[in-house]
Write a protein that binds this ligand. Structure first.
Ligand SMILES: [Zn+2]
Length: 451
């Protein structure tokens, strides 16, 4: 169906000069507040008239609508509907038709557009709101949405949309990853005195790392035990199918106990180790300089690199060297622990002692099997920092489920923006079924243009 639509505008400008900025500003204002939404509404109305007429005249039925009694439809009434969209509020008074025999009513345009019965916003707006909300704090995003002008979405509405959206769903697949990374991060949740829920929530994240070092989200959870998370991450995999070769974590007992069974081996996250040495030494009242110094020392001790060549190509001498490096690193680590104890930093010393066990699993595993385990990649490190930073700002006031949803959206977008865009492209059904082109922009009183 093709139409030529003309748009009539009045422009009145001062003869005494005006700023280019004001012209641009007023143009934007006009289009954002009225013209774009009005244009969409008009096209909808044209379509509505056409399809309803076709149905009433029995010509064709593009919507697949027919009544059970196989009778014709007649015009019944109109009903006013509004849709929030990113170009403003689209209003349409769409027709309802009635079966002449049984009186059943239908709304052809709704089915034509594939809208849900009580849908009141477009999915493209849902995408926009989800993205804005997952990038900044709630209060700020709500103000931001309002400042776009055409989309006044109050905070409570945006919150509800995010809770209802299914764009956060994660399919854990059945692949076996190189690494399974799991971690928890604290956030301030919405407290509930009656249910004895404090404001201290913990968000738990599981990520997979493939052999080619790309990071895949496996889930973000709130209010779930590691055992529950373990079976969710396992997903559709059969009993003996592993999720990953190596589990990498900060080594919390509950976490390791539940998730280690999904992997062959378990490895301390070096990133956590160095980070938490700072924290435990701080608890021991060590000064900032010394904490930095010891973090450096620890980094130097644990940073054993696995040869880059294929396992088979590495000669036995080099393998022996690596084995020696692991042994001496372990002894250096115990020297470091000794130094901490001497200084009276007991909490930090205990912490390293407990962690020592699985600190070099990745090197041992390579020596035994030739399987390369990437140490926690910088990607995961950046991702966890980013998540913590954003959750601190945005999660405040979220329910547990809301915060977990938000986290899933963040990790999905962070790990693969492409997948995210692809998902929405399909969901929005951008299939070249609508084509628009600007035909002319010309003035109606051409004498004002001069010769
Ligand atoms: Zn009927």
């Amino acid at each position: 169906m093709q139409n030529i639509i003309s748009l009539e505008l009045i422009s009145a400008t001062s003869e005494n000069g005006f700023s280019l900025d004001e012209l641009v500003f007023r143009t934007k204002e006009l289009f954002e507040t009225e013209a774009m939404a009005g244009f969409v509404s008009l096209i909808l109305q044209l379509i509505d008239e056409r399809i309803c007429m076709n149905i009433v005249q029995g010509k064709s039925d593009n919507t697949g609508q027919s009544c059970c009694c196989n009778e014709r439809f007649e015009y019944h009434d109109r009903s006013l509907r509004q849709f929030r969209t990113s170009v403003g509020t689209v209003k349409i008074s769409w027709r309802r038709l009635k079966c002449v025999k049984c009186g059943k009513t239908i709304t052809p345009l709704r089915d034509f557009l594939g809208l849900a019965p009580y849908q009141s916003k477009t999915l493209e707006l849902e995408k926009l709101v989800t993205e804005i909300v997952s990038e900044q704090s709630y209060r700020r995003s709500s103000t931001h949405l309002e400042s776009i002008g055409s989309i006044p979405v109050p905070k409570s509405t945006a919150h509800r949309w995010v809770v209802q959206t299914d764009c956060d769903q994660i399919d854990t697949g059945t692949d076996t990853f190189s690494l399974l990374f799991a971690d928890g991060t604290g956030f301030k949740r919405r407290p509930d005195k009656d249910k004895r829920i404090s404001n201290r929530g913990e968000l738990r994240v599981a990520l997979g790392v493939t052999r080619s070092s790309s990071v895949v989200p496996l889930g973000a959870f709130s209010g779930k035990s590691w055992d529950e998370i373990s079976s969710l991450v396992k997903g559709e995999r059969k009993n003996k199918e592993l999720v990953a070769d190596m589990l990498v974590s900060e080594g919390e007992t509950g976490l390791v106990k539940s998730l280690a069974k999904l992997c062959n081996d378990s490895q301390r996250s070096h990133w956590h180790l160095v980070r938490d040495l700072n924290y435990t030494m701080w608890k021991d009242d060590a000064g900032k300089l010394e904490r930095k110094q010891k973090q450096k020392e620890l980094n130097a001790v644990i940073g054993i690199e696995i040869p880059e060549e294929d396992f088979e190509k590495v000669c036995d001498d080099d393998k022996k060297d690596l084995q020696d490096a692991v042994n001496s690193a372990e002894s250096d680590l115990h020297k470091l622990i000794g130094k901490l104890l001497e200084k009276g930093y007991k909490i930090a010393a205990d912490y390293l002692n407990r962690s020592a066990k699985n600190m070099f699993s990745y090197a041992r595993r390579w020596l035994e099997t030739g399987i390369v385990t990437p140490r926690v990649s910088s990607m995961i490190e950046r991702m966890m920092r980013e998540l913590g930073r954003r959750l601190k700002r945005i999660a405040f006031g979220w329910s547990e489920e809301g915060a977990a949803k938000m986290a899933r959206i963040i990790i999905k977008r962070f790990t693969s923006e492409n997948q995210w865009e692809k998902y929405w492209h399909e969901k929005l059904r951008l299939l070249d079924n609508v084509m628009l082109a600007l035909k002319t922009i010309k003035v109606q009183n051409p004498q004002t243009l001069g010769r």
